[in-house]
Design a protein around this ligand. Structure first.
Ligand code: ADP
Ligand code: ADP
Length: 235
């Protein structure tokens, strides 16, 4: 069963100036254990698609199934629970609590689940081990480590609930190329361990680290560069 199944999704924004058709009939599936990049330039619909996949925004029409569940049938409480437990979010800006230790940052998402208090630290340590962060940093405050380390802590935090999906939005946008490549290698290792990863980016060099790239242009999604070229979207 696919982790993500998107069927003919449209998203129309209504504004004072009129309508913007941000997604114009997008369909694709992502299977468990895939590492997929969604690549497109500014204004192509990436954020709208990422918010849809993250259950933060509802499509105007079409269907989104996450692990087989139709998101449109979920209540707001169920959606909040899905975001907290089934999806691990990774952002460009890391979004860690700065004066809190690395270990506490990673334990935080477990506070909102049924994970027993006695198991939280062990789960956080396991997630930090999965991103290969050395133990000597676990007690550091998260503003006392490097940017690449911060992003690996953020990935550990995204992993700690064993989500079905890791959704990473420009995760290397604040990092230099060498450090960014280390973060992307971390995603590749997590894929090797069976995790499903969706990486949203405008940079071809970043997308290259994924196993498969989906191209988004003007609210339409293409499974290949060749397909996008045939549609006249490559200059
Ligand atoms: P990207 O992330 O690739 O830059 P977006 O999904 O943010 O693309 O935007 C796609 C289109 O939808 C753009 O034309 C943008 O101006 C428009 N758009 C995005 N968010 C909103 C919104 N909240 N209200 C109105 N228009 C929006
Ligand atoms: P940027 O990619 O511009 O740095 P962010 O990554 O901070 O922006 O946020 C991207 C989007 O995800 C924002 O619209 C924000 O509302 C949403 N968001 C931020 N934090 C969370 C969170 N913890 N859970 C769910 N959604 C979030």
């Amino acid at each position: 069963q696919p982790v993500i199944q998107v069927e003919n999704i449209h998203r129309v924004y209504e504004t004072a100036a009129g309508q913007t058709h941000a997604l114009r009939g997008v369909s694709f599936s992502i299977m468990p254990g895939e590492f997929v990049a969604i690549m497109g330039p500014s204004g192509s619909g990436k954020s709208t698609l990422m918010h849809t996949l993250g259950c933060l925004d509802s499509p105007t029409s079409g269907r989104y199934l996450l692990e087989g569940s139709d998101i449109a049938r979920c209540t707001q409480d169920e959606l909040a629970d899905i975001r907290a437990t089934r999806i691990g979010f990774v952002f460009q800006a890391f979004n860690l609590l700065p004066r809190t230790t690395v270990l506490r940052n990673v334990m935080l998402p477990l506070m909102y689940t049924s994970c027993p208090a006695s198991e939280r630290e062990a789960r956080a340590r396991a997630a930090l081990a999965a991103v290969a962060l050395p133990e000597e940093y676990f007690a550091h405050k998260s503003n006392e480590i490097s940017g690449g380390q911060m992003q690996r802590v953020a990935i550990a935090r995204a992993l700690v609930n064993s989500p079905a999906l890791i959704l990473a939005d420009e995760p290397t946008g604040n990092l230099d190329t060498a450090t960014g490549d280390q973060v992307l290698d971390t995603f590749s290792r997590l894929r090797d361990a069976g995790k499903t990863i969706v990486l949203i980016t405008h940079e071809p060099d970043v997308a290259e680290h994924a196993d498969r790239t989906l191209y988004i242009r003007d609210g339409l999604l293409y499974e290949s560069y060749e397909g996008m070229r045939r549609a006249g979207k490559v200059i």
